[in-house]
Write a new protein. Structure first.
Ligand code: GDD
Ligand code: MN
Length: 362
């Protein structure tokens, strides 16, 4: 009985994502549905690039130089840095960099007290002049054409937001493998309607839509993904196209806590979404609803099938049941395969994150 249940849980755990993966691969063929890119034939739109900073002395100079070298006319964008009381000399480095680069429009807002990233973004938004608002984390860099490509997609009327594919700079093979798998899903979902997840390394929004939803949400971790979600719920697409890429510097110290924190944010994002749909009864575009229900299941429920199934298998094995013992041995052997190892770790991270969310939502 226990044995049967445990095997059923594990089988179900692997079947649902496999089905979603096959469906998503099908969506990849929908390439043209996003609508043609209108290009930047006329004058490029004015863009406000917002960088929130808290103790980013290690990376801020490189970040500013990276933006400086973007293939986008320098008189068509401004950079707004919102610093929330950094204590590591970030502000001195910014001032020094600005002094040496008179031909780019950089404004600095100092908040003094740290009130979180989303709060800083909203401060910047109130001061921004652009029709397009791009947010970007200090610890990431763009390719030369990232901004131009993102803005080009946004020229389409049906597109409300654009984010990037993340190329991780890391020595952790688990991170690279994770990105390959999830990156494909992001692109596929974007072809169908919208990506379920957005990335703070580069997230571009139409300003009027941001204002309609009341700015960036300050009461949950995934400000980037949730903002994209709110825009999608209004019927606009929030996409991650293949040609917008960005490099993310993955911390090697504290990697696992970093992964758990991010997973916590995603769980908050999907839980809030479920509340909109199941409790508030809000209406949303059919395709988007399908994507979000699948992803909510995969992030909120599916990892538990694995963990509970595994515990039950171990219990059955201890009682001497042969199939569970065989399954455990096969599972252990499969851990040498990178994609399997990555998958298992991601499930454990999601479960740990759900538990940690009970007392710490930071
Ligand atoms: N002004 C200000 N005030 N900036 C802040 C604050 C704050 O209180 N807290 C963080 N930041 C800045 C950081 O300096 C960085 O530029 C950016 O916000 C992202 O912070 P990270 O600390 O690098 O976040 P992360 O890499 O762990 O989290 C990632 O995922 C989150 C969603 O799960 C990032 O992509 C976040 O942007 C994203 O919200
Ligand atoms: Mn970061």
């Amino acid at each position: 009985m226990l044995e049967g249940l445990s095997i059923a849980l594990i089988v179900m755990h692997f079947i649902t994502p496999s089905i979603y993966y096959v469906i998503a691969r099908g969506w990849l063929r929908l390439s043209s549905k996003t609508g043609s890119r209108d290009g930047l034939t006329t004058e490029p739109p004015f863009v406000s690039i917002i960088i929130p900073t808290y103790n980013e002395a290690k990376v801020i100079t490189q970040k500013l130089s990276n933006i400086y070298l973007q293939d986008y006319p320098r008189d068509r964008f401004e950079v707004i840095i919102v610093d929330s009381g950094s204590t590591d000399g970030t502000m001195d480095l910014i001032r020094e960099w600005v002094k040496g680069h008179g031909d780019i429009n950089v404004r600095v807002i100092e908040e003094g007290v740290r009130m979180g990233k989303a709060h800083a973004l909203n401060t910047a938004l109130r001061n921004a002049k652009g029709d397009i608002i791009v947010i970007t984390d200090a610890d990431s860099t763009w390719l030369r054409d990232s901004l131009r490509n993102a803005v080009t997609w946004l020229v389409n009327d049906c597109v409300g937001a654009v984010s990037c594919n993340k190329v991780p700079r890391t020595n952790k093979d688990v991170e690279t493998e994770y990105r390959n798998y999830y990156g494909l899903l992001r692109i596929a979902e974007s072809r169908k309607f919208s990506s379920a997840i957005f990335h703070g390394e580069l997230a571009a929004f139409k300003r009027d839509l941001l204002e309609k939803i009341g700015g960036f949400p300050t009461d949950l971790g995934a400000d980037d993904s949730h903002t994209a979600g709110l825009i999608s719920m209004m019927g606009y697409r929030a996409i991650i196209p293949e040609d917008v890429k960005c490099i993310e510097y993955v911390p090697s110290k504290g990697y696992w806590t970093w992964r758990i924190r991010r997973a916590q944010h995603l769980i908050q994002h999907f839980l809030r979404f479920l509340r909109y749909v199941l409790i508030d009864g809000r209406d949303l575009p059919r395709d988007y609803r399908q994507i979000m229900l699948y992803e909510s299941y995969l992030h909120l429920v599916n990892p538990w099938l694995f963990v509970v199934g595994l515990v039950l298998i171990i219990i059955s094995a201890i009682h001497g049941a042969l199939i569970p013992i065989a399954l455990l041995l096969i599972g252990a052997a499969l851990l040498v395969i990178k994609i399997f190892r990555t998958w298992v770790m991601t499930q454990v991270i999601l479960v740990a994150a759900a538990i940690r969310n009970l007392w710490n939502k930071e």
